[in-house]
Design a protein around this ligand. Structure first.
Ligand code: ADP
Ligand code: MG
Length: 790
């Protein structure tokens, strides 16, 4: 807070001389630097009374000296107006008049009763302050006045309306109260509000009247009591909670005259005592304050010093007016007053700007500001702002957060607008995501902050559910892995079993009339079109090879490779392959030899033609010579005949080789078919066994009607070499009794349809596809074979 540190300003005012008063010897020097001076000279006749008979003069410094002719308005302007300004600014101020009775204290502070121009500092200050308040519309002011009289250490409220009816002694005493911060409070002193100059002046007159009523010749209240008229001012700027409070004390002290002690021998002693004890204490306080490093100031010794504590050496702009009645008889008192004034002038005060925050005002102010801001926001956003976000807004925020979190762009931002509620919600939501990353986003998105506990519980349940699902999936994977291992083992074992039983080949022809139940409705059901696509992709041999892949499942492929590897027939196939290679090579040689022989024959034919041309030319040139037998030509013809024999011999050999090769090819094909048939039988059997072992894996009820399903077909065989494949494959499948067996009516067979067999479908679309693809592929081979063997 602003602080003004300055000494108490001390003025002097000299009362005009009365008509019969003898002037004292004094001089005023207004020009003296640094301060004007008042020199008082002790008159010679008075000085004669003293022992040393010495003429004395005293010089005193004052802020300003108002001589006898000084008028009230000038005194006000010079002394009171600056203090009033400070009070209006929020500082405390005190103006007190000190002097002997009759020196003009009351005249200066309150004024003379006869003329308007004699108005003193109080009415002029009131007038000035209310004038200033009216001019200043930037602040709201409140004005109160109090009027305290202190008589014999008792305080009286001069504004108490009971004054008229009661004796001073019967009125409630004003008590000094001190709070924990050592602030002085006056109990029973009324603060009367004065909204204007007139009201304030009425209160002043009321107090003065009460004072006069109480005054009797016996108590001489006017000279023995102190009067403190206080203007209480508070101000604040509109809309601000900062309150400024200031007080202006206008103090009319009791007469400072002392009781002169008459010394032995009738001599007047210079030592005198205050009539009013409280002034003695006032002087003690002043002396203490003037001394440096004095820690204890005896304010509490009197009520007057207690009340004026802030005005003396405290938070106040204080001004003293020393009133002097410098007639010849009052020189001593005047000198005493001036001496007192000089001490007071040494006191430095620290005036502090009295600002305080009114909590009630602050709350009211903040509430209003909040409402204003809400209104403003509603105006700008077009929406009435409530403390809670709506369910709709929360869902929108959830979407924004989700989008933001999924955005890989490092520059992406989450913009929810300038709404603290939304920003706070986003942070809470992020925290939730951070704290439970295992919980699905969906769960979080539906969370409401107000139902956090319930949602967390739900999230926990969801977590447990998912953990359970995960465990279930783990178990299922383990089962599948075991199955795969078992399948591999069985694939190896199966070779020996099947080798012993030597299952026959299945020969069938797929008919367009074959209808697979639920082929259209069930996803697990075998799809005919799929089978066709598949078979077309695998009918290129070698069938079921890993290299060709196709749509055969990995397990099936691997199983077939193992199966084939271990099968004895594969040796036959390999032998046949070797033999075929030999025969092909032989045939190739024979082919080359045939070409060679043909070329030789053609060459010999050419030679014969040449010989005949030569002979003809000779006959033309030599007509006498007759065309007789040519031994050369005959020789050439013989050679041609020999070559032709050779050609026929080689050609027959070649033709024989071709038959053998074709036969070998058929044999290889046959063994291959047998191997595949055995595999298919074994595979379908394994598939069925797996389903029986792991019934939980078959979850679709459709498979009951689909599995097991048997397709019977037939295929003619034109060569006896395939006769061993025509017997029905032994089918010990217990599910076979459910099979659908039918004869294809469209089948054009040249052999009786005795070569029928049943192929079980597993109900597994992949396995079924594999099997049917195999069937289709083999069918193509057999058809080709049939043609080639015709
Ligand atoms: P105090 O209050 O100090 O006892 P007062 O103010 O009552 O003295 O003054 C005593 C008398 O002197 C009053 O009648 C008052 O009108 C008159 N008086 C005092 N000072 C002046 C002055 N400056 N000009 C004219 N009259 C004055
Ligand atoms: Mg007086």
């Amino acid at each position: 807070a602003a602080m003004v540190k300055e000494a108490i300003r001390v003025f002097a005012r000299v009362k005009p001389l009365g008509r019969r008063q003898q002037a004292g010897s004094y001089s005023v020097d207004d020009e003296e630097e640094p301060l004007p001076s008042l020199e008082i000279t002790v008159p010679r006749d008075l000085a004669d009374g003293f022992i040393n008979n010495k003429r004395e003069s005293y010089k005193f410094k004052f802020q300003k000296i108002f001589d006898q002719e000084s008028k009230q308005d000038v005194v006000f302007d010079s002394i009171a107006k600056p203090v009033a300004e400070c009070v209006l600014a929020g500082y405390n101020g005190t103006i007190f008049a000190y002097g002997q009775t009759g020196s003009g204290k009351t005249f200066t502070i309150t004024g003379g009763a006869e003329r308007y121009s004699d108005r003193g500092i109080i009415p002029r200050t009131l007038s000035y302050i209310f004038d200033q308040l009216q001019k200043d519309s930037s602040k709201v002011y409140t004005t109160h006045v109090s009027y305290l009289e202190i008589y014999n250490e008792c305080g009286y409220d001069l504004l108490d309306p009971r004054h008229e009816a009661s004796r001073l002694e019967d009125l409630p005493k004003v008590m000094i109260m001190e709070d924990s911060d050592q602030n002085i409070h006056l109990k029973n002193l009324s603060l009367q509000q004065a909204t204007n100059e007139e009201e304030a002046l009425n209160l002043l007159f009321l107090g003065d009247t009460n004072r006069m009523i109480a005054e009797t010749p016996m108590n001489q209240a006017s000279s023995r009591s102190h009067c403190i008229f206080t203007i209480h001012l508070s101000s604040k700027e509109p809309g601000s909670a900062t309150l400024r409070r200031s007080k202006l004390h206008l103090v009319d002290l009791a007469g400072s005259e002392r009781v002169a002690k008459t010394g032995i021998g009738g001599h007047l002693l210079t030592e005198a005592k205050y009539i009013n004890l409280s002034l003695h204490y006032l002087e003690q306080v002043i002396i203490a304050l003037a001394e440096k490093n004095r820690s204890h100031i005896p304010y509490r010794n009197s009520m007057m010093t207690s009340v004026l504590r802030d005005s003396l050496g405290g938070n106040c702009m204080t001004t003293m007016i020393a009133t002097l009645a410098i007639d010849k008889r009052n020189i001593d008192e005047s000198i005493s007053t001036c001496k007192f004034a000089q001490r007071v002038a040494l006191i430095k005060n620290e005036a502090v700007l009295n600002e305080e925050i009114d909590p009630r005002l602050m709350i009211v102010h903040l509430k209003k500001e909040i409402q204003d801001l809400k209104d403003e926001l509603a105006l700008v956003t077009g929406k009435q702002r409530t403390s809670e976000l709506s369910q709709e807004e929360l869902l929108q925020l959830d979407e924004l957060i989700e989008t933001f979190l999924k955005d890989n762009d490092p520059d992406s931002t989450l913009d929810v607008g300038a709404d603290m509620r939304k920003i706070k919600y986003c942070f809470i939501h992020m925290k939730q995501i951070m704290n439970c990353p295992m919980t699905s986003d969906k769960k979080l998105l539906l969370q409401d902050t107000s139902e956090e506990r319930d949602s967390n519980k739900e999230a926990g349940e969801e977590l447990e559910k998912l953990k359970g699902l995960l465990q279930q999936r783990d178990n299922e994977i383990n089962i599948l892995v075991n199955m795969l291992k078992k399948e591999k083992k069985k694939a190896r074992d199966a070779f020996f079993q099947l080798n012993a039983t030597s299952a026959g080949s299945t020969v069938l022809e797929q008919s367009p009339s074959i209808k697979l139940e639920e082929s259209q409705s069930s996803s697990r059901c075998f799809n005919l079109k799929e089978a066709k696509d598949f078979s077309s992709s695998v009918h290129r041999l070698p069938f079921l090879s890993r290299e060709k892949g196709g749509k055969m499942s990995f397990g099936c492929q691997e199983a077939f490779e193992v199966f084939k590897w271990d099968h004895a027939d594969s040796i036959t196939i390999e032998d046949n392959k070797q033999l075929l290679k030999q025969r092909f090579d032989e045939a190739k040689c024979l082919g080359e030899k045939l070409n060679e022989v043909r070329n030789k024959i053609n060459h010999l034919k050419g030679k014969i033609t040449q010989r005949q041309i030569q002979r003809a030319a000779l006959a033309v040139s030599n007509p006498s010579e007759e065309l007789t037998f040519d031994p050369v030509e005959e020789n050439l013809r013989m050679q041609i005949e020999e070559e032709k024999k050779s050609y026929k011999r080689v050609y027959n050999h070649f033709k024989g080789l071709k038959v053998e090769i074709e036969h070998l090819q058929l044999l290889t094909e046959k063994v291959n078919m047998k191997l595949q048939k055995e595999f298919v039988v074994w595979w379908s059997e394994e598939a069925k066994n797996l389903q029986q072992e792991k019934p939980e894996m078959v979850t679709s009820p459709n498979t009951v009607t689909v599995y097991p399903q048997f397709i019977k077909s037939s295929q003619h065989l034109s060569t006896n070499s395939f006769s061993e494949t025509t017997r029905d494959s032994p089918n010990e499948d217990p599910a076979a009794k459910n099979s659908i067996t039918f004869n294809n009516p469209t089948l054009k067979t040249r052999t009786p349809p005795s070569l029928s067999t049943s192929i079980p479908l597993t109900g597994d679309s992949q396995a079924d596809a594999d099997i049917l693809a195999f069937i289709k592929a083999r069918q193509n081979i057999l058809q080709k074979k049939g043609k080639s063997c015709q």
